[in-house]
Design a protein around this ligand. Structure first.
Ligand code: FMN
Length: 148
């Protein structure tokens, strides 16, 4: 099966109320996990201040269909696609949609990738986002193993 990977960033419209924002993000991740699980899409969603940055991967038609929904979603705007590429294997095969807000535990990973301040969209590219999200996903996997 031909797999593609795509990435974009966008501005959140979830608002500045922290609780409302967290609930909004939980809702997004919950819908994403259900639908992606059913259509073979995997990936990772970062949220830092008011910026979303997401990697999606899977069969081309499924990725295109979900991108169409995402583009039309009023919970964010200024969606800017960073690129698409064919891939032989998935980078986020274990994640129907991983991710969440930037946390203290993740700080070191962001620093290692050169993002000491808020995630700067100007400095994001598809490979850079895949590398950062991949390290965040690995950190999360390790943390879950320790907790189990
Ligand atoms: C930042 C952001 C990321 C999202 N990521 C996904 C995703 O990975 N998969 C998904 O099915 N929906 C995702 N959604 C939700 C979709 O925009 C949409 O609400 C949902 O897929 C239902 O599709 P429909 O509105 O076309 O019925 C995301 C929404 C936002 C705002």
């Amino acid at each position: 099966m031909h797999l593609v990977q795509t990435a974009y960033h966008s501005r959140s419209r979830l608002g500045s109320d922290h609780r409302v924002m967290l609930q909004g993000l939980r809702d997004i991740l919950s819908i994403a996990r259900d639908r992606n699980g059913a259509t073979g899409v995997t990936g990772y969603l970062l949220y830092d201040r008011d910026l979303f940055a997401q990697v999606l991967e899977g069969p081309r038609a499924a990725v295109e269909a979900v991108m169409k929904s995402i583009r039309a979603d009023k919970r964010h705007d200024t969606v800017l696609v960073l690129g698409h590429r064919p891939v032989l294997t998935r980078d986020f095969g274990a994640w129907s949609m991983g991710g969440g807000t930037r946390s203290i535990e993740q700080q070191e990973v962001y620093l290692r990738h050169g993002f000491s301040q808020a995630l700067d969209p100007i400095r994001l590219s598809l490979p850079k986002l895949v590398a950062l999200a991949g390290d965040l996903a690995r950190l999360e996997s390790q943390r879950r193993k320790i907790m189990a």
